[in-house]
Design a protein around this ligand. Sequence first.
Ligand code: EPU
Length: 431
Amino acid sequence: MSPILETMEVFRIVGGARLAGEVRVTGAKNSVLKLMAAALLAEGTTTLREVPDILDVDYMAELLRRLGCDVIRDRENRTVAITVPEMPSHQADYDLVRKLRASINVLGPLLARCGQADVALPGGDNIGSRGLDMHVAGLERLGATVHSEHGFLIARRDERLRGASIWLDFPSVGATENLLMAAVLALGTTVIDNAAREPEIVDICTMLQSMGAQISGVGTSTLEIVGVDILQPTDHTTVPDRLVAGTWAVGAVMTRGDITIHNAVSGHLEIALSKLADAGAQIDLMDNGFRVRCDTRPKAVDVVTLPYPGFPTDLQPHFIAMNSIASGAALVTENLFEARFRFVNEMVRLGADVRTDGHHAMVRGRTSLSGAPVEAADIRAGAGLVLAGLVAEGMTTVYEPHHIDRGYEGFVADLVRLGADVTRVFVDERI
Ligand code: EPU
């Protein structure tokens, strides 16, 4: 019997190159997806700028189209124009929601605008259970009824949402965003305490303010929102992607390289950059970005992931990759997503010495890694594996790179421009 062949795309990396040169970062994935959802709050055309050309934006655009919006993307100019009808439809189906967890962010705006929202329960990244209890409890505090049925979260309001005091058990990014988007059109004042403070939250607040929303305490853990009757469409430029910038910064250190990162805000990466400095990097701040270089083997650094302004969980795999080839040993503590250490098994395939115990990973630096086939389970794990492949001896093949495409625009092209030996190829596998 002839073998069954399956064709799949992979990234092939030949290790050993030094990354040097300049890159420009575009708008943040984790902001733009919510800004697209926020457009639903006003009838008319909202234009978003610095929109990255990534798969997740395509999914969100498709979701908005199904809700009745007209979405025009100009990839060259990095804009998306979203024209929202007077009354969008209110159902987000599983086929899209399962591809994009951020689809849950249409819940707040649809409920506020249309009085009803049926959103399939999301799947999303393979990084552990990601609850929605704070989204639900907060919307209920605003007067909505929410229940789940046949795999959908069904939210309704009989009258206008009413402002309320909401205390989040944890500064959840998604819950803060959904509740903000619901509260801006509520009657009266809402206070969200223990709110998330990520730069992406500041970005959505700035956009909502430009639409006419009244929000104070932006960037702090107490947001006060005075509801308004109607919001206007707007024109907004997305905040730069701190996680992409952070990826290049770690790449520079791991490869003993020298990368100037444009359109990046160093203040959004304060802890990560100071950890890189501890590892031995030289960091020079510039007007609209920063330069990271390193000419020695990095030193291992401990990190503990926490909500912003703590160390970002989305850069945890990158630091595990860096610590794997650093001098010394480091303890990495993951407090947000329990399954994010799954990627450690792939690092072990590359020869890394990493042991996990619950929330902790002990990484003992080795002088080298050895190239091997590995699988990207989510965006950030994928990026961490690519960085590891850059310093591994021989060839590393990263399977399932579509995860990386969800969050990094033109990753391979940028890597090649910086001097890496990376190709995207299709391979036939016997199954
Ligand atoms: N959580 C709950 N209940 C809730 C909400 C959250 O238990 O109602 C838990 C989650 O299970 C998780 C933790 O709280 O353990 C953090 O969740 P959060 O809501 O803060 O995160 P998110 O909104 O689901 C966003 C980003 C993530 C990023 C986290 C933390 C988007 C689309 N996603 O997720 O980004 O890791 O904030 O900063 O913005 C990525 O880009 O690769 C990614 C996963």
